[in-house]
Design a binder for this molecule. Structure first.
Ligand code: RIB
Ligand code: CA
Length: 328
């Protein structure tokens, strides 16, 4: 059995930067349920839906998941380009058909960028960052604290499409396409990090495809536990399936973010390989593309560990099993 990547510590202190969103919500629920993970902070980043809606989703989910962690609202827009949102994919509120209660907890008064910096400084060498949405607030955090890559234990990213079609433009993946400048700055800054960031790009995350069988597992989980978050995930996933069917993929759903979370916590369900990557900013057809230098033409050191060899069945069994232990 492979040792988890952080077997030396009891529970992994995590900062989750997400654009909640349906698969972000599953990832947050998984991390809240996993005994080896401790969410020490959440940053709400605009992306799937506007930052206010993301923040509301994070506040409500954290309350229902009994998470006691600061939740900070991120910037209102990307660093340079105009905002774009994915209401068609995640629903206008970000969680599909789910009806959420009003949050009763207030968010943290700090900015998302400041929360990144404060938590990294208060857990030097221990905090593991997860970026499950656009990189806007992490890029802003780097402006406050350029030493952030050295302060974090490791960074895990859902983003990019390397040797794979995009899901936003023909060659671009959503999280990078929303804020390419931010992604480019993050990849550049973390090329000096003690451990290369783990990058879960589309060719890895699209190996995880929910069918009616997985949807039925979530329905059973909600019926058996009666947990409000389990019902929220079912109602959110139904919308997500409807979007994928309308988009020509059939009755299915690509569930991206939970794989990054599970690999960060366990080190399992995928391997990694080093690669030098960068982000195209000027291409008329390819702006926002995450480019991997497979042949070493740039003569640069690799700056990411790219997720490879995903084991989707094992991962999905682990995901549902972990949710089962806590959503009761
Ligand atoms: O491209 C998939 C990514 O974009 C996922 O993180 C999804 O939640 C959206 O943010
Ligand atoms: Ca996301």
């Amino acid at each position: 059995m492979p040792q988890p990547p952080y077997a030396d510590i009891m529970t992994l202190p995590l900062l989750v930067d997400c654009d909640t969103g349906i698969d972000d919500a599953i990832a947050l629920s998984y991390l809240a349920a996993h005994p080896g993970a401790r969410i020490t902070g959440i940053v709400s980043t605009g992306g799937n839906v506007q930052v206010e809606a993301v923040h509301r989703n994070n506040l409500v989910l954290a309350e229902l998941l009994d998470l006691d962690a600061p939740i900070a609202r991120g910037a209102a827009r990307p660093l340079v380009q105009e905002p774009m949102y994915a209401d068609d994919t995640h629903g206008p509120g970000g969680l599909g058909h789910a009806e959420l209660p009003e949050p009763s907890r207030a968010g943290d008064p700090r900015s998302g960028a400041q929360l990144w910096v404060d938590l990294a400084r208060s857990h030097p060498g221990e905090l593991v960052g997860l970026v499950l949405g656009p990189h806007t607030n992490l890029a802003l955090a780097l402006e406050i604290e350029p030493e952030l890559p050295q302060l974090l234990r490791r960074l895990h990213i859902m983003g990019g499409a390397i040797n794979h079609r995009g899901n936003t433009g023909p060659t671009s993946e959503w999280n990078v396409a929303v804020d390419p400048e931010a992604a480019q700055r993050v990849f550049a800054a973390f090329s000096t990090a003690p451990q290369r960031p783990v990058l879960g790009s589309l060719e890895a995350t699209e190996a995880v495809r929910f069918t009616q069988h997985e949807l039925d597992l979530f329905i059973t989980l909600a019926e058996r536990t009666g947990h409000p978050v389990a019902q929220i995930l079912v109602d959110a996933l139904r919308f997500y399936f409807e979007f994928h069917e309308a988009d020509g993929f059939g009755w299915t759903a690509h569930v991206h973010d939970p794989l990054i979370a599970a690999h960060a916590v366990t080190g399992e369900f995928a391997g990694t390989r080093p690669l030098a990557v960068d982000v195209e900013l000027a291409g008329t057809l390819t702006r926002g593309q995450t480019v991997g230098d497979e042949l070493g033409r740039w003569a640069r050191e690799p700056n990411v560990e790219l997720l490879t060899g995903v084991r989707p069945e094992l991962f999905i069994e682990h995901l549902l099993g972990t949710l089962e232990t806590d959503l009761r």
